[in-house]
Design a protein around this ligand. Structure first.
Ligand SMILES: NC(=O)c1ccc[n+]([C@@H]2O[C@H](COP(=O)([O-])OP(=O)(O)OC[C@H]3O[C@@H](n4cnc5c(N)ncnc54)[C@H](OP(=O)(O)O)[C@@H]3O)[C@@H](O)[C@H]2O)c1
Length: 338
C-alpha cells in the first residue's frame, strides 16, 4: 500500500507573528527514491527562529520569500526507509533538511549519518546540534573566553543561550543570563548553574542587571537585539566583546526595527562581531567531542519544548515566535525505532 506523506504548506502571506491559520496540512503519496537518492521518515523536526526570517526571504538560506503552497525548510532527524544511494542504507539515522513534512527524499547533499548511540537523537538538533555549535562558536571561537571572565547572554533558557553559559562555566568562566519570567530565570540559575539570571520583564530590571554584574561583563552574547542589546552596554566592561547572533525581538517585523546608537560601542571601545554558524561547520566534530561528554555526565543540561505530530507544527512554530517556548523547540513526528 502506498504510504501517505503529510506536509505543512504556507496558505496565506505572513504578517507579524505567524499563526496556525497561515499554514495548512496537505497529503500526497510518500516519495519513492529514484536512482542516487533515498527516502527518510522523519522522527524529530527542528523549529528555529531563523525560519521566520527565511519565510520572509531575509535569511541567507532563503532564495526569496516562501511562496504560498510551499513547505518551510527545517532540519530533521530521521531514518532511511528505502535507498538507491550507494552511501546510505535502509535503517541509517540521518540529519538533513527534510522540511515541515513526514517524509523526504534526499540525494545526500546536506545529509549526514548520525550514530544513535553517541547521544540522544533529539539532542542532535539542540544542545549538540546547530544551536550548541552556535554557542561554542561564540564563546570559544569568537570571544575566546578565558578562565575568570564573565559572559552575559540573552534568551538564556534557550538552546543557544543555555548551552553558551554552561560552556563558559565549564571553561572556568562566570555566566549571567537574561530571560523572560521567573520560571525561566529559576531554571537558568537552579538547573543550568548560571551565577545569576535577570528577568527583563520585571520592573527594576536595569538595576538588577547592574547589581548582578558589579564588575561588568567581559562578553555579551546577543540573541535578541532591540532594547536588550542597548541595555547590555550599560554593564559591558571597557574593551569588552559583543557577539551579535540573533534578532528574535525584531524577527516578526524586520521593517519596523529601529536603528542602533553607535555611540554605545564607541564609549566602551567595544569589539562587535557578527556570528554565522555556517562558518563553523568544520568545527562540529571538535565541538561535539568537547561538549557531548559534559552532556552525558550531566554537567551541561538542556530542556526541550516538544509537541507531537505533523498537525502540531504550525502551532508550535507560532509559540516559538511569540517567545513562549521553554527550551529547544521541536516536534516529534514518529518513533525512534519502528
Ligand atoms: N547567527 C547564527 O548563526 C545563529 C544560529 C542559531 C541561532 N541564532 C539566533 O540565536 C537566538 C536564539 O536561538 P535559540 O534557537 O536558542 O532560540 P530560543 O532561545 O529558543 O528563542 C526563543 C526565545 O527568545 C526569546 N524572545 C522571544 N521574543 C523576544 C523578545 N521580543 N525580546 C526578547 N527575547 C525574546 C524568548 O525567551 P525569553 O522568554 O527569555 O524572552 C524565547 O523563548 C535567535 O535569535 C536565533 O535566531 C543565530
Amino acid at each position: 500500500m502506498t504510504k501517505v506523506n503529510r506536509k505543512v504548506v504556507l496558505s496565506s502571506p505572513l504578517d507579524g507573528v505567524p499563526t496556525p491559520e497561515n499554514f495548512k496540512l496537505i497529503e500526497e503519496p510518500s516519495p519513492e527514491p529514484s536512482e542516487g537518492t533515498f527516502t527518510v521518515r522523519h522522527i524529530y523536526l527542528s523549529l528555529d527562529p531563523y525560519q521566520r526570517i527565511a519565510m520572509a526571504g531575509r535569511h541567507m538560506s532563503a532564495d526569496g520569500k516562501l511562496d504560498t503552497g510551499a513547505t518551510p525548510r527545517a532540519e530533521t532527524i530521521g531514518q532511511v526507509i528505502a535507498s538507491r544511494h550507494p552511501d546510505f542504507t535502509t535503517g541509517d539515522y540521518v540529519r538533513s533538511f527534510g522540511g515541515w513534512q513526514e517524509f523526504s527524499v534526499s540525494d545526500g547533499a546536506g545529509a549526514f549519518k548520525i550514530d544513535p548511540t553517541a547521544a540522544p537523537l533529539s539532542a542532535t538538533l539542540g544542545v549538540l546540534g546547530m544551536p550548541g555549535l552556535t554557542a561554542y562558536a561564540s564563546v570559544v571561537k569568537l570571544a575566546n573566553i578565558q578562565p575568570g571572565q564573565t559572559v552575559l547572554v540573552s534568551a538564556a533558557s534557550g538552546p543557544v543561550g543555555g548551552t553558551l553559559g554552561q560552556i563558559a562555566i565549564q571553561l572556568g568562566g562566570r555566566a549571567v543570563g537574561i530571560a523572560g519570567g521567573e520560571e525561566k530565570c529559576a531554571y537558568v540559575t537552579g538547573e543550568l548553574g548560571f551565577d545569576a539570571c535577570i528577568d527583563y520583564k520585571k520592573e527594576g530590571y536595569g538595576q538588577a542587571l547592574k547589581a548582578a554584574l558589579p564588575d561588568g561583563a567581559d562578553i555579551y552574547h546577543d540573541n535578541v537585539g532591540g532594547q536588550i542589546l542597548v541595555d547590555a552596554f550599560s554593564v559591558l566592561k571597557d574593551y569588552g566583546t559583543v557577539i551579535l547572533c540573533g534578532l528574535i525581538s525584531q524577527m516578526n517585523d524586520l521593517n519596523g526595527a529601529k536603528g542602533f546608537y553607535l555611540g554605545l560601542p564607541i564609549i566602551k571601545r567595544a569589539v562587535m562581531k557578527g556570528l554565522v554558524v555556517y562558518d563553523f561547520e568544520d568545527k562540529r566534530d571538535e565541538f561535539f567531542e568537547l561538549v557531548a561528554p559534559w552532556v552525558a555526565a550531566g554537567k551541561v543540561k538542556y530542556k526541550e519544548d516538544r509537541a507531537a505530530g505533523i498537525e502540531s507544527v504550525a502551532a508550535q512554530f507560532s509559540k516559538l515566535m511569540r517567545g513562549e517556548n521553554f527550551g529547544k523547540t521541536l516536534v516529534v513526528l514518529g518513533p525512534e525505532k519502528l
